[in-house]
Design a protein around this ligand. Sequence first.
Ligand SMILES: CCCCCCCCCCCCC[C@H](O)CC(=O)SCCNC(=O)CCNC(=O)[C@H](O)C(C)(C)COP(=O)(O)OP(=O)(O)OC[C@H]1O[C@@H](n2cnc3c(N)ncnc32)[C@H](O)[C@@H]1OP(=O)(O)O
Length: 684
Amino acid sequence: MARYELVKRSVALITLTNPPVNALSSAVRHAMAKSMEQALNDPKVTAVVICGENGRFCGGADIREFAGPLRGPPLVPLLDAIEAGEKPVVAAIEGVALGGGFELALVCHYCIAHFKARLGLPEVTLGILPAAGGTQRLPRLIGIPAALELITTAKPLSSRRVSMLTTPCPPDLDALLEVVTMEVKKKARGVMAPLACIQAVRAAATMPYSKGIKRESELMATLFNSGQARALQYCFFAQRTAGKWTLPSGAQWNNSKPREIRSAAIIGLGTMGRGIVVSLARAGISVIAVESEKKLLETGKQMVIGMLERDAKRRGVSASLNLLKFTLSLQDLKDVDLVIEAVFEDMALKKRVFQELSKVCRPATLLCTNTSGLDVDALAGVTDRPHLVVGMHFFSPAHVMKLLEVVCGPRSSSETIATAMSLGKRMGKVSVAVGNCPGFVGNRMLKPYLDQATFLLEEGATPEQIDKALEDFGFAMGVFRMSDLAGLDVGWRIRKESGLTGPDVDPKNPPRRRHGRRYCPIPDMVCEQGRFGQKTGRGWYMYDKPGGTNAKPDPLIQNLLEMYRSRYAIQPRNISDKEIIERCLFALANEGFRILEDGIAARPEDIDVIYLFGYGFPRHRGGPMFYASMVGLERVLERLEHYHQAHPDVPHLEPSPLLKKLVACGSPSVQTWREHIKTMHSHL
Ligand SMILES: CCCCCCCCCCCCC[C@H](O)CC(=O)SCCNC(=O)CCNC(=O)[C@H](O)C(C)(C)COP(=O)(O)OP(=O)(O)OC[C@H]1O[C@@H](n2cnc3c(N)ncnc32)[C@H](O)[C@@H]1OP(=O)(O)O
């Protein structure tokens, strides 16, 4: 846990040895305390050096330990003792010095850092604050503005006994803290940890160290026990769990070798295709981009080049334009390692593309589809290599959004899945393996969520009221603003194709009902007026111009809602924010339980990661499944039963069997739900 060596008969070398990141677990703290005592008591030792094994200084406190009672020697007195010791202590930093690791470096009297070392205080991302003196020592060392900023930056330090310094303090401290508070509130609505950090840094500026450190500890205690800290720490591990995919066959992330992908091709240079080309080129992969018409090819090419150039400028690197080739001919794809089809969302068209690819590409080429919800296995079925077909569902804009759903068809081989997952990682994506069903995980869950929002409109709410409730909950954008951004026409076309609206609707359907269930036609009526969202300057809101982003409530939508309600004799009622949140989010989580039952997602963590990275679910709420567990499964069940009773024609409100089962088992923690799903059928 910590190795003690005497170097040159005078220097004590203490090496942290707790792979993979030398986290300060209770065993490490214990070993460090012992080693420090030995060094301080040995008259031969004139100086101490602390470093970490395997090129990593220290990744901070052991986050896993936060879930249980705190054991072992506490960190703060250990660090205070290092700082107060009579012998000089040097932190030799290679790799990461994060959180408690950075705080350890701060108490050392000297720091030597490799130029590639990464120093920082990421505690806020875990819903806590740097509570081993970080908020008190750092302002003393580098001043308030720089310390406030350091949450996301790395700064090498070289100073002695930092706690003895006075904090360099700007004359307009209150104004500065006010500005930072406003920024933090805007960036992370409703998130407690950054605000607590500001209060702790204020204490560093206005109090002696002994009082400041006490304040730091009080603030930490509040954060530490908060639901937000639990949610954010859950997110940290959920993201890592999601990469560890596993199939019922026994194939999994650590026993399936991915293929090396050197070249790829993208079919279709629409919004999605362009984003995927940029992501691939940024990852250093040669890309051939294919379009069906010269004009589309030229437009796509100019846009891709522009995107790559802007991106490279921002990152201070040169644009990898030499990796790109643009063509009208599928024949050019005969030698590529992998193809991603990103054509229009039309099964017949996609099948034609896959049949063509089967003929043109060499037999070992992987064929991937970027469909957002169509049957991946149906596409595999028209090829000569169904085992090499997999879904790679990127989210728009694909060069920005971090999420990738890797859709495993029943015939996708483990090597194919491993390759898609590993390619996603190389492209900087958070990849989650999911099963094949309409909408997969993310879009399948979206339907009940969107349905509830539009039903609430019928019953008396307005788009701005619903959006505000969701934004106050923590979403960056409410459901209607988000729909305006994404474009309303896509959903309209899908509803027309499925016979829910338009000329193909069965005339026997009573109004506001389809296939025996409640149906809200308001989104269709909005589209019939040519209101497709931001791009047309009108949608659920009005905008200054087509493409404008400043959403304003539109009296025409208000009129439309009033006319609609009076046509169907609906008496509008006052709807509370609580009802909005419960109906939208419990319906969302309820579908998540069904997805787990159906074996479309292997674990609740996978669903949460999809919603965090693909749908803007607030991270400090942990994701829809974690949120349900925090509310209490019993409560979620009771509210769903209540709403289902009030709306029996909405099957999505009927509590899922898995939710009922978990409640019957005493509402176990989200990390153990998997054990209760074991016996069910998996599509993964
Ligand atoms: C009444 C109540 C009073 C309460 C008061 C309580 C007071 C308690 C006193 C606390 C003192 C506070 C100390 C400090 O201020 C708090 C902290 O230090 S919090 C931790 C801060 N550190 C981080 O957030 C770093 C997190 N890690 C990373 O960012 C990355 O892992 C990395 C270090 C950059 C390495 O990245 P990669 O190379 O990509 O590797 P992975 O991310 O895949 O990680 C590999 C493996 O390691 C596990 N892991 C990483 N960091 C930690 C950690 N800090 N603790 C535990 N485990 C960690 C990670 O989960 C992976 O595990 P695997 O998935 O392989 O099992």
